[in-house]
Design a protein around this ligand. Structure first.
Ligand code: AR6
Length: 178
């Protein structure tokens, strides 16, 4: 059932650049000029046109999101969002939640029905995966409750270990929702 938000979330393990979804989300930095980690992988797979599009947009503040075409990717769009550098302060969770909500809002505005997120901020930016998973899933649930156009949100994790953390997080939220 489309209204059951838990049926609209899914966990997958792998490389986000390989996904044939309407949009993949990039864990970018404020310059939007590419970088390492998932950002580097997305730019390599999408080709130089992606950087051209990002240059036209300019900078993106932390917590906000911007959209470009997917260029050479199978995904139609790339949504670039900038996660917080982990500091251990409450502001981290607010900014990370904003990344998910702003990305989902932009996706819905552009007719996206399937979207995949990497574990934003959980690499170079140092956010502990168990804390980030809670924020990511909570923000996504909150968004999906008020939206019916997005059919599937994939949390695309790079390791089985991270996927297990997300699985537990979703399970415990589903239990407390029942
Ligand atoms: N597919 C899916 N997940 C991936 C992939 C991939 N191909 N490659 C890495 N990950 P990070 P951040 C995972 O460091 O912490 C960049 O230089 C990775 O294992 O890419 O938000 C930007 O330009 C981790 O779990 O992003 C910024 O400067 C997650 O993606 C900075 O890093 C995020 O790790 C952003 O840091």
């Amino acid at each position: 059932m489309r209204n059951n938000v838990f049926d609209r979330m899914e966990i997958q393990i792998g490389d986000i650049t390989k996904l044939a979804v309407d949009a993949i989300v990039n864990a970018a930095n404020q310059t939007l000029k590419g970088g390492g980690g998932v950002d580097g992988a997305i730019h390599r797979a999408a080709g130089p046109q992606l950087l051209d599009e990002c240059r036209k947009i300019g900078e993106c503040p932390t917590g906000e999101a911007r959209i470009t075409r997917g260029c050479n990717l199978d995904a139609k769009y790339v949504i670039h969002t900038v996660g917080p550098v982990y500091s251990g302060k409450p502001q981290d969770a607010e900014l990370l939640a904003a990344c998910y909500k702003n990305s989902l809002r932009l996706a819905a505005e552009n007719g996206v029905r399937t979207i995949a997120f990497p574990a934003i901020s959980c690499g170079v930016y140092g956010y502990p995966v168990n804390e980030a998973a809670k924020v990511a899933v909570e923000a996504t649930i909150e968004f999906l409750k008020n939206n019916s156009s997005i059919e599937k949100v994939i949390f695309l994790l790079f390791s089985e270990q991270d996927a297990a953390v997300y699985r537990k997080t979703i399970e415990s939220m589903q239990e407390s929702a029942e």
